[in-house]
Design a protein around this ligand. Structure first.
Ligand code: NDP
Length: 454
């Protein structure tokens, strides 16, 4: 009989924590899991899932107007925010229930309340201390908002899904995934939308050409882009409007100001420092390749370790850890060639190296580029265009990067990511027969090199 209450105690029932807990419990491990807020974590409650639902909503307005070119005329189109918001909430509540059942049915003991680490092998929740042979911290992250005068009027991705009323004018600050996705959502639903970013161009770290192309396409959808701009203060006026003053001195009034300026690991007040767990300066938990912290009995996965803030990565980390601790061992999580999508309008899909990275790594690089208006838009009247890029290491013929801006890029890139993981060469792409007529077939029909390095 173990001297511990649990073999594994998981703090945080988000993507990484739930997956690790369920998997361990299914292997006969005695698992406790604590959650203080909502089951399913950021992704299910205030992230990926509701965001994608809102992206779908915002695409309808465009579809209705584009339908006219196909002979379909929709009359009396009205957007009702309350319907969208409340239907979303209902769906999230359903998912919360599924998460609860998954945990309980797999044999985990779910404890609702805020857990703190009270020692290397103990956790306290709701005033009760539990002992555990191992602790897994999977508490995720939290939106970061810079401390400017009037910061209390700012909303983040935590609040944006549940606004009482839909704003007529919104100002979104940031140049990452969240800012760009929400700019598309608000603009698509008819809100006057500005995106303000402190740098020359948004989406730092993405392929430069993709960044520039996305800026052009996002602007076509009605988002007003303002680069090299920052807010110095926000003041709430008597009528509820927000008066925003920019660093350049200009002022303007909007209904909401949303900051999407990154997310920081949610480690404050968790008791980790007291237990001796080493943290990085930004609060991220430091772990080794085995997800073990500086305290051998304490592990961490997901956004809280601040490697790659993506749900599928947290899932992969949680599963690798459980297989290693309780299964037949596990290979390391591979952080290269992670495909990702920005659900901007149009989408970005990307896998592998950017052109800027690839040319440093593969001096003999061939770039294939194709830009076109998709067949749908020959009748829709939309000005939207699609960009696709293949980066090929001429020495090995391996395809080392694939990027796309265009409809369904997120869906298309997933399959391409499998090919790249399998080591596909340009010859493999060339010998693959296309599916006609699709945009995706362009990836297997690009024959002419656009640019060559080396
Ligand atoms: P990101 O880290 O992607 O981007 C943060 C942005 O905020 C950057 O453009 C950054 O500018 C800017 N910024 C940071 N600090 C300040 C500041 N003090 N003032 C003004 N601007 C600032 O963060 P997000 O919040 O967009 O998203 C968090 C993470 O969530 C993402 O990195 C991603 O991993 C994940 N995510 C994934 C999604 C998906 O897979 N589709 C969707 C949503 C989120 P600069 O470039 O100059 O540093």
């Amino acid at each position: 009989m173990s001297k511990f209450d649990f073999d594994l105690f998981v703090i945080g029932a988000g993507s990484g924590g739930v997956r690790a807990a369920r998997m361990a419990a299914s292997m006969g491990v005695r698992v406790g899991i604590a959650e203080e807020r909502y089951l399913g974590g950021t992704c299910v409650n205030v992230g990926c899932v509701p965001k994608k639902l809102y992206v779908y909503a915002s695409q309808y307005a465009e579809s209705f107007s584009e339908a006219a070119g196909f002979g379909l005329h929709a009359a009396d189109i009205r957007f009702n925010w309350e319907t969208l918001r409340d239907n979303k909430t209902q769906e999230i509540t359903r998912l919360n229930g599924i998460y609860r059942n998954l945990l309980v049915n797999s044999g985990c003991q779910l404890i609702e309340g805020r857990a703190t680490v009270s020692g290397p092998q103990s956790v306290t929740v709701n005033g009760q201390e539990y002992s555990a042979e191992r602790i897994l911290v999977a508490v995720g992250g939290w939106p970061f908002v810079p401390n400017i005068p009037g910061a209390e009027h700012i909303i983040t991705s935590n609040e944006v899904f549940d606004l009482d009323t839909f704003p007529k004018r919104i100002l979104i600050v940031g140049g990452g995934y969240i800012a760009i996705e929400f700019a598309g959502v608000f603009a698509g639903l008819g809100c006057e939308t500005q995106l303000i970013h402190r740098g020359d161009l948004f989406l730092k770290g993405f392929d430069q050409e993709i960044r520039e192309y996305t800026a052009q396409e996002v602007a076509k959808k009605g988002v007003q882009l303002r680069f090299n701009t920052e807010i110095s203060s926000i003041q709430k006026l008597a009528d509820g409007q927000l008066e925003v003053t920019l660093k350049q001195g200009e002022t303007q009034c909007v209904d909401q100001v949303m900051y999407a300026t990154g997310r920081t690991p949610k480690t404050t007040g968790l008791g980790l420092e007291t237990a001796g767990v080493e943290l990085a300066p930004n609060g991220a938990i430091k772990v080794d390749e085995q997800f073990q912290t500086s305290v051998p009995s304490i592990y961490a996965v997901g956004d809280v370790i601040d490697r790659v803030q993506l749900t599928p990565v947290a899932l992969a980390e949680g599963m690798a850890l459980v297989r290693r601790l309780y299964g037949q061992g596990s290979p390391d999580v591979e952080y290269e060639m992670i495909a990702t999508a920005v659900f901007s309008q149009p989408n970005i899909g990307t896998v592998g190296f950017t052109e800027e990275e690839a040319v440093k790594r593969f001096p003999q690089l061939d770039v294939y580029r194709s830009e076109f208006r998709s067949m749908k838009h020959t009748l829709s009247g939309s000005e939207e265009r699609t960009l696709m890029k293949l980066l090929v290491d001429r020495h090995s013929d391996r395809v080392v990067g694939v990027h796309m801006v265009g409809a369904d890029a997120g869906e298309i890139i997933q399959g391409i990511a499998v090919a790249l993981k399998a080591g596909a060469t340009k010859a493999t792409f060339d010998s693959t027969i296309g599916i006609h007529p699709t945009a995706a077939e362009e990836f297997v029909t690009m024959r002419d090199v656009t640019r060559q390095y080396g």
